[in-house]
Design a binder for this molecule. Structure first.
Ligand code: NDP
Length: 478
């Protein structure tokens, strides 16, 4: 079956299509997904522009009802959508079900947020004047999303965009268009007026570029790699468009000598390796106090040996395949680089054969690494983590902060003093205490510092910063 783009309220075929391949079984083609031409992106933007004034004037109730309906359908079809997600992206079924559930909850949350939009009435410094501060929609939002969360990231951009009265043109990652298409179909059937939500699939270099460069697109929200994000920022800056970027991470998990080692291993296993390590919040640097380093490495290595790396949809699989050949090549290249740099590969890092032909890699743990090694500086984005042993807490904190990224960080400790100090002094947007670095709530801000993020936060009510613009009105009341 060929899945078409959604433009101006109709499904429209493109000039060519691309196969959506199952990374657990590369002989399994999920479907053909149309690529939008530059002219079709143009049509989608024009449709969004045309729909924007009326959509901005809808009552919050109209938008709340539509978003709630979308959320309800996602939740009702959770198992089916999770199966599609696991099949196209390769995360395990329980992980995929978690992500689909998250997408549904996000729509439900923003359905309610439409009813909580408030302004401010402020006393003027001038007699007889009233001052009112309100938020208004931005207009047309261009959304560019990555492959690692095929439904949750689109959801956490689309839901606030629509809730605050904007129209949307979305480009999903070409590698995983299936979940995005299913979501577009749900939004369409939930009654989004023509042009309010448009889906344009295809290559970043064609469809993404067209969105970024078009002056009719008022704001761009992007999640993906640092180089692509920086390129988008430069182009958008030339035409002074509003931009929000969520990019990579090199997130530290600190394990202090007083930690409960079981908790530390659980946090590292989940944060570094689940979802095949393909999360921007993954803890790729495990910074461990020397007295417990050997014990921690041994316990984590044992836990890794027990993982079942197999077909994402097979019951019992705990780690699915890597998403595609080029990501697998990148992971293998970094495993080589780590070894050449003198790091000790404790376990994993091997290409695995399973019943079906897929991109299987055993989770790799490095020990005896230094923070200046490339494997500890550059985002690998796979099931690979490195242990850095440190002398004390001060060195652990300094090492955790010694990175160009700042998305999230974690500490495992039983010391209230160190937990509180780390929470205050970690240079990251999100801090976890005795929890994995990956795994966040949907109703609170998400985002990082330094090279990880740019612009206002995503999610929760903080999303209003990006998806609205402020108006200050002065009225002479007599
Ligand atoms: P990219 O940054 O290349 O892609 C993210 C999105 O941007 C995709 O939709 C992509 O389209 C689009 N895009 C690509 N080029 C342009 C462009 N010139 N203008 C506008 N949009 C563009 O990341 P990848 O998905 O290729 O992954 C590469 C690396 O990025 C990973 O190995 C990982 O290190 C990192 N990454 C980080 C993520 C995070 O959450 N921090 C998420 C995903 C990846 P297309 O469909 O053509 O790829």
């Amino acid at each position: 079956m060929t899945y078409a783009n959604l433009i101006a309220g109709a499904f429209v075929h493109g000039s060519d299509a691309v196969a959506n391949v199952n990374p657990s079984d590369i002989s399994d083609i999920i479907g053909q997904y149309d690529r939008a031409s530059a002219a079709q992106v143009d049509d989608a933007i024009a449709a969004a522009r045309a729909a924007a004034p009326a959509w901005a004037r809808t009552t919050p109730q109209v938008r709340a009802d539509m978003l709630d309906k979308i959320g309800s359908e996602i939740l009702a079809r959770r198992a089916e959508l999770a199966d599609l997600l696991a099949r196209e992206e390769g995360k395990t079924l329980p992980e995929a079900a978690g992500e689909v559930g998250r997408a549904g909850q996000i729509f439900k949350f923003f359905a309610q947020e439409t009813l909580r939009q408030q302004g401010e009435r402020v006393a003027s410094v001038r007699p007889g004047v009233e001052v009112e501060i309100t938020r208004e929609p931005m207009g047309v939002i261009g959304l560019i999303t990555p492959w690692n969360f095929p439904i949750a990231i689109p959801a956490w951009k689309i839901a606030p965009a629509l809730a605050y009265g904007n129209c949307v043109v979305m480009k999903p990652a070409e590698l995983v268009p299936g979940s995005a298409w299913a979501l577009a179909d749900i939004i369409h059937r939930a009654g989004a007026p023509a042009g309010v939500f448009n889906l344009v699939m295809g290559r970043g270099s064609v469809v993404g570029e067209a969105l970024v460069n078009d002056p009719r697109v008022d704001a761009i929200s992007f999640t993906g790699s640092v180089p692509t994000g920086r390129g988008i920022l430069e182009k958008a800056a030339r035409r002074a468009a509003k931009v929000q970027l969520e990019m990579g991470g090199k997130n530290p998990l600190v394990v202090l000598a007083d930690a409960d080692i079981e908790v530390a291993v659980r946090c590292a296993l989940d944060g570094s390796f689940f979802a095949t390590g393909q999360r921007c919040t993954a803890s790729s640097r495990l910074i461990v106090e020397q007295p417990v380093a050997d014990r921690f490495v041994a316990a984590l290595a044992e836990a890794l040996k027990k993982q079942v790396v197999d077909d994402a949809r097979k019951p019992g699989s705990t780690i699915g395949p890597v998403v595609d050949q080029s990501q697998l090549d990148q992971d293998m290249r970094y495993i080589d680089i780590g070894t050449q740099e003198g790091a000790r590969l404790v376990v994993g890092g091997e290409r695995l054969n399973r019943d079906k032909s897929g991109y299987y890699l055993s989770p790799a743990l490095f020990a005896d690494t230094r923070n200046d090694m490339r494997i500890n500086r550059e985002e690998i984005f796979g099931p690979v983590a490195a242990v850095i042993a440190v002398k004390n807490y001060d060195e652990a904190l300094a090492t955790a902060n010694d990175t160009g990224f700042g998305l999230c960080s974690g500490i495992v400790t039983t010391s209230l003093k160190h937990a509180a100090h780390f929470r205050r002094n970690s240079e990251s947007g999100m801090v976890m205490v005795n929890l994995p670095t990956a795994g966040v709530d949907y109703h609170v801000p998400f985002g990082g510092r330094k090279g990880s993020s740019y612009g206002p936060r995503e999610q929760g009510r903080y999303a209003a910063e990006f998806y609205t613009q402020v108006k200050t009105a002065y009225v002479l009341a007599g």
